[in-house]
Design a protein around this ligand. Structure first.
Ligand code: AMP
Length: 305
């Protein structure tokens, strides 16, 4: 496994990945356009992360490994997606442990840039996503998705992946990146991977480390609320406000939890719904403060057959 830091090292190492057996075989189809694989043309899967890796991240790495000849992972706590009062400095980091996990998982190349490698002196170009970034997390974290869209654009440009892997845990991030790829015509296939949970249902997150031991059981309200809404949807409830009420009621019954938002929204635009179209389904999502950390989780309410 190669570990590089500067943009130039990344560019060189990325080019070296092209050389080798095309083990996946065949042409690679990206956004409808076939890229000829040819002799030695190897597909590359990219997994962007902020490090402090857990099973959720590793599930993306495994999927990337399955579907591509080479796998690239980036580890970068991206300052432009943190607000001034957010946890940039405190964000958990453990690079040595992360690299050991990635080596064990069979990753080919890791990019661990410094801030100045990503944002060189004088950097002054940002990618600003539209309406899908203005609601939910975007409404509470102004500028967050501008930072996300900017770092992802830089990563896609420097890594030139065929496919990029993201967790459904951050469902709005997936929606924003899909819109970015559509709008700019980027030749990358976006693969969204299922949420990996602890055995008791808590969605894995690097920020779970902020949870006080006394608050840990209370953090289960997020998955419990989503399950309750999912059961109601499965039983025929299609009124979005009724589903939001179910989410809110489960959370407010837990004294250690404070609701930030609950949402039942169109899965693509993330606009709040009045009635859920059974042919389309919805994304149920929420943000809840449990002690210090603010946790997010979501559940896809799948279309009814
Ligand atoms: P982060 O390091 O938090 O920026 O996450 C990097 C990637 O891992 C993002 O695409 C996340 O959505 C994904 N991810 C984080 N937690 C999970 C999880 N519990 N299950 C699946 N994917 C996850």
């Amino acid at each position: 496994m190669k570990v590089v830091t500067t943009r130039e090292e990344l560019r060189t190492a990325r080019a070296e990945l092209e050389v080798g057996p095309d083990t996946a075989g065949g042409d690679i189809t990206v956004a409808g356009a076939a890229r000829p694989s040819g002799v030695g043309r190897r597909s590359v899967g990219l997994v962007p992360t902020m490090g402090f890796l857990h099973e959720g991240h590793l599930s993306l790495v495994r999927r990337a490994r399955e579907e591509n000849d080479a796998t690239v992972v980036s580890i970068f706590v991206n300052p432009t997606q943190f607000g001034p009062s957010e946890d940039l400095e405190a964000y958990p980091r453990d690079l040595d442990h992360d690299l050991a996990l990635l080596d064990g998982a069979g990753v080919d190349l890791v990019w661990t840039p410094q801030v100045e490698d990503v944002y060189p002196a004088g950097f002054d170009t940002y990618v600003t996503p539209g309406g899908v970034a203005d609601v939910l997390e975007g409404a509470r974290r102004p500028g967050h998705f501008r930072g996300v869209a900017t770092i992802i654009s830089i990563l896609f440009h420097l890594c030139a992946p065929d496919r990029a892997y993201f967790g459904q845990k951050d469902a709005q991030q997936v929606a924003v990146i899909r819109q970015l790829v559509r709008d700019l015509g980027l030749p990358v296939e976006i693969v969204a991977c299922p949420i990996v949970r602890e055995p008791d249902g808590l969605a894995m997150s690097s920020r779970n480390t902020y949870l006080a031991a006394a608050d840990r059981p209370a953090a289960l309200v997020l998955s419990r609320a989503l399950q309750a809404a999912g059961r109601a949807w499965a039983d025929g409830e299609g009124d979005a406000e009724a589903l939001r009420t179910i989410l809110r009621d489960v959370i407010t019954a837990e004294p250690r939890a404070v609701v930030d938002y609950v949402s039942v929204a169109d899965p693509r635009t993330l606009a709040e719904l009045t009635a859920v179209d059974p042919a389309v389904g919805a994304l149920a999502s929420l943000a809840v403060r449990v002690g210090a950390p603010r946790l997010i989780d979501n559940l896809v309410l799948a279309p009814r057959a």
